[in-house]
Design a protein around this ligand. Structure first.
Ligand code: ZN
Ligand code: ZN
Length: 346
C-alpha cells in the first residue's frame, strides 16, 4: 500500500494549522506524484493560516495547503508522456478548464474556472503532492530546489513587470513583499533606467536594494511623490508596479505615473479603492492593467531564462529555511514581515 506522509493540514475553520500524518495521495492516469524537496510560504498561505475573511469564504478544511514547490517526479500515470520519473519539476498552480473562451484563445491564466493548488485542492506542504502532469514545469537540474520553489511567485513579478516596455524607463515598485522585491530584480534585469522601491518596512527595503533598486523609499518617512518628482525632473515614473494593495499607496501610484504611463496592479486590496479617474487615468492617458497568475507558459519560459542565465539571482531574497516541522516559525516571520522568502524542507 502507499503508506503515510507528513503534511501541514489546515484542519479547522480557525487560525492555525497542524502537522500530521496523512495518506500519500493516489494518482490518476494523467497525474504524477512528486516528492517535494522545497516549498515556500506565500502570502496566500498566510491568509489561510491566519484565517481571514477571504479564506473563510474560499477554502474548505480539512486539507493540505501550500502551492509553491520544487521536487522530483517519483511516479507517473499511464497516460503521462511529458515528464519522466526522476525529472526535477515545479508547477503552474492554476489548474484551468481548457474549454472556456479564455482557455480557447490562449489566455488560460484568466480561465473562468480556475482551481488553485493548495487553495481549492490538496497542496504541497507535504512530503508528496499529486498533480495533473500538464501543469508541470521541468526545471534545470543546476537550479537549486530552493530557488526553483519560488519560481511561481517570481512568475507573478515577471508577468507584472514585463507586461509592457521597461527598457530605459523609470519603474516604481510599490510594496516590497517578496513579489515586489523580485519585481525589482526583473525590472533591473530588463534594463530599467531607475527602479524606485517603496515600502514601510526597512528590512524589506534593504532586500529590494540587494535585488537592484536604484533608490529605496520608506513611505512613512519620506513623501513618495516628492521623491519621484526629484528623481524624474517632475515627469513622474513611466511604469508603476502596484504590489501593496494599500489604498493610500495605490493612490500615490496613480499620482506618480507620468502621462501615457502604465500602472500594472498585482495586489489584492481587501476593499474597493478610491482613485481619481478623471485626473489620474483619463486626462493622463495612462494604461491600467490587472495582473493575475502567470501566462501559460510564456511567463514560465521567461522565468527559466532569467534564472538560468543568472540575469536575476533570487538567493538574496530567500532568507530563511526550516524543516517542515517548524512551519510555525516560518509563518510567524511572514506575519511579522521580517523575512524575504521562507522555504520549508519536508
Ligand atoms: Zn504563491
Ligand atoms: Zn478555462
Amino acid at each position: 500500500m502507499r503508506g503515510k506522509m507528513k503534511a501541514i493540514v489546515k484542519e479547522q475553520r480557525a487560525p492555525g494549522a497542524i502537522l500530521k500524518e496523512v495518506p500519500v495521495p493516489e494518482i490518476g492516469d494523467l497525474e504524477v506524484l512528486i516528492q517535494v524537496k522545497a516549498t515556500s510560504i506565500c502570502g496566500t498561505d498566510v491568509h489561510i493560516y491566519t484565517w481571514d475573511e477571504w479564506s473563510e469564504s474560499r477554502v474548505k478544511p480539512p486539507y493540505v495547503f501550500g502551492h509553491e514547490f520544487a521536487g522530483i517526479v517519483v511516479e507517473k500515470g499511464k497516460l503521462v508522456n511529458n515528464v519522466e520519473v526522476g525529472d526535477h519539476v515545479s508547477a503552474e498552480t492554476h489548474i484551468v478548464c481548457g474549454h472556456c473562451p479564455q482557455c480557447l484563445t490562449g489566455q488560460a491564466h484568466i480561465c473562468a474556472n480556475t482551481e488553485i493548488i493548495g487553495v481549492d485542492r490538496d497542496g504541497c506542504f507535504a512530503e508528496y503532492v499529486a498533480l495533473p502532469a500538464e501543469n508541470l514545469w521541468k526545471n534545470d537540474r543546476e537550479l537549486s530546489f530552493e530557488e526553483a520553489s519560488v519560481q511561481e511567485p517570481f512568475g507573478n513579478a515577471v508577468h507584472t513587470v514585463l507586461e509592457g516596455d521597461v527598457t530605459g524607463k523609470t519603474v516604481a515598485v510599490i510594496g516590497c513583499g517578496p513579489i515586489g522585491i523580485m519585481a525589482v530584480g526583473v525590472a533591473k534585469a530588463a534594463g530599467a533606467s531607475q527602479v524606485i522601491a517603496f515600502d514601510l518596512n526597512n528590512y524589506r527595503l534593504d532586500l529590494a536594494e540587494k535585488m537592484g533598486a536604484t533608490r529605496t523609499v520608506n513611505s512613512g518617512v519620506e513623501n513618495p511623490l516628492e521623491v519621484v518628482r526629484k528623481l524624474t525632473e517632475n515627469n513622474g515614473v513611466d511604469v508603476v508596479c502596484e504590489m501593496s494593495g494599500h489604498p493610500i499607496a495605490m493612490d500615490q501610484g496613480f499620482k506618480m505615473v507620468t502621462n501615457g504611463g502604465r500602472v500594472s496592479i498585482l495586489s489584492l486590496p481587501v476593499k474597493p479603492v478610491e482613485i481619481d479617474v478623471t485626473n489620474d487615468i483619463v486626462f493622463k492617458g495612462i494604461t491600467v492593467q490587472g495582473i493575475t497568475g502567470r501566462k501559460m507558459y510564456e511567463t514560465w519560459q521567461q522565468v527559466s531564462g532569467l534564472l538560468g542565465s543568472g540575469q536575476v539571482d533570487l538567493k538574496p531574497m530567500i532568507t530563511h529555511h526550516f524543516p517542515l516541522e517548524d512551519f510555525e516559525k516560518g509563518f510567524d516571520l511572514m506575519i511579522e514581515g521580517k523575512c524575504g522568502k521562507v522555504v520549508l524542507h519536508p
